[in-house]
Design a protein around this ligand. Structure first.
Ligand SMILES: Cc1cc2nc3c(=O)[nH]c(=O)nc-3n(C[C@H](O)[C@H](O)[C@H](O)COP(=O)(O)OP(=O)(O)OC[C@H]3O[C@@H](n4cnc5c(N)ncnc54)[C@H](O)[C@@H]3O)c2cc1C
Length: 390
């Protein structure tokens, strides 16, 4: 029996079948035959989610074989890319047409459709998530059709597909809104956490990308400020101090140490107070935790299930080593996040149920209505999604 594990190793599944996809025709046939046989089918990208999104007893479909840039339009600043493309494969290929992603997350190992499934984002008060950059998609539905959607065609399906949780069908390609290639200058500084929290709103406003890490039981914030520059890249990229290079070279980091993670988005103006509450928790109650807390910004956007839907946000992430039981620490953090009207990252740990999601997302029932319309028998659901459905 095939077996599957996610990146952290904390989530596992033994599906009856684990198949690799190499064409859209194959995707459509597979979606249809699974649905006809009453089987559950879930896609997998790079397996970097910490939430039980992929696990499924029947069929897991790996889309890494559908990879690369299909076509780019430098005038319109957009490109079609295959759904299984790892983000790190896109940078150089898009740069060949003078194009680049507007923002990226901490790492670039995820696939593009795995990343958009959960609203993956980087930092930047004026920058949206990768989902917000999806302006078109092609999806293999449970009825065996390959359907194109975008703002002017199947607009509701497109809205649902921008942040899709893998629950609508197999997304074979997406059209991304991009921008002309640009270089970034990254600068780092260390200041007391108290000062960082006092200044963070102006730092966020005055820098294209701004974030900090705080390590428990210290009082220093490790800040990263990154901005567009006319300077040429300086190779090799420095490991410390200033780094200057193309956006796809500067934005991603290496995160080799296996961990698990919870992240919540809170309204931007509540970010510092929420961070102070998390700091208090770590200082008083969880003194043994050494993993850092990360503080970033995500601009307001109109993606239905985005944690930044209709509100500018700050995201706060807490981590724990894979050999530890993260439960007590993460549950205590979640209580604080919820008190600040937090919305959890879809690809990371949370303990919420459907009622809570319905209260957090004005478009929750619209998203499910589209999902149920294109997959009435629930072939693309799994136990986790069943547990939170309205
Ligand atoms: C070290 C690390 C760093 C991270 N950094 C960030 C960060 O900076 N910012 C951030 O927001 N998140 C971050 N994450 C979370 C990560 O970006 C998300 O969990 C993302 O969804 C993972 O993408 P993936 O390709 O691994 O998808 P998977 O985890 O494999 O799958 C995620 C979902 O996508 C679905 N799916 C995948 N491909 C398709 C497809 N083609 N069609 C239909 N459904 C599909 C799956 O069914 C599943 O529901 C990080 C995670 C790790 C482990």
């Amino acid at each position: 029996m095939p077996s599957w594990r996610n990146w952290s190793g904390k989530l596992a599944s033994k599906p009856q079948r684990l198949l690799h996809l190499y064409s859209e025709t194959q995707a459509a046939a597979l979606a249809q035959s699974a649905a006809l046989q009453g089987q559950r089918i879930r896609a997998v990208g790079a397996g970097h989610s910490h939430q039980s999104l992929v696990q499924n007893q029947d069929l897991i479909v790996d889309l890494l074989g559908l990879s690369g840039v299909i076509s780019s339009d430098p005038q319109a600043h957009s490109a079609w890319v295959w759904g299984g493309s790892r983000i790190y494969t896109l940078g150089t290929a898009l740069a060949a047409s003078g194009l680049a992603l507007s923002n990226q997350g901490d790492i670039d190992q995820q696939t593009i459709c795995g990343a958009t499934a959960t609203g993956t984002h980087g930092t930047g008060a004026q920058l949206g998530s990768l989902s917000s950059r999806v302006i078109g998609a092609r999806i293999a539905l449970a009825n065996g059709e390959l359907v194109d959607c975008g703002p002017g065609q199947e607009a509701d399906l497109w809205q649902a597909c921008r942040l899709h949780l893998g629950a609508l069908g197999l997304i074979t390609r997406v059209r991304l809104a991009l921008e002309p290639s640009y270089c970034l200058l990254e600068q780092r500084l260390e200041i007391p956490l108290e000062q960082a929290l006092a200044d963070i709103q102006s730092m966020m406003a005055n820098n294209r990308h701004c974030e900090f890490f705080w390590y428990p039981q210290t009082d220093q914030a490790h800040i990263k400020l990154t901005n567009k520059t006319d300077r040429p890249p300086v190779y090799p990229l420095a490991e410390e101090g200033e780094r200057c290079g193309w956006s796809h070279e500067v934005l991603p980091n290496h995160r080799p140490i296996r961990h698990t993670e919870m992240e919540y988005s809170v309204p931007a103006d509540q970010g510092p107070a929420c961070m102070q509450a998390i700091q208090g928790l770590l200082t008083k109650q969880f003194r043994e935790v050494r993993w850092p807390v990360e503080y970033r910004a995500l601009g307001q956007e109109d993606v239905w299930l985005s944690t930044a839907c209709d509100r500018p946000t700050v995201t706060i992430s807490v981590h724990q080593g894979v050999e530890e039981d993260e439960g007590p620490y993460f549950r205590a953090c979640e209580e604080i996040f919820l008190a600040f009207q937090g919305r959890p990252h879809w690809g990371k740990v949370n303990y919420l149920g459907g009622k809570e999601f319905a209260a957090l997302y004005p478009k929750w029932s619209d998203w499910w209505a589209v999902r149920d319309r294109v997959d009435p028998k629930g072939a693309f659901l799994n136990p986790y999604l069943e547990s939170i459905r309205p």
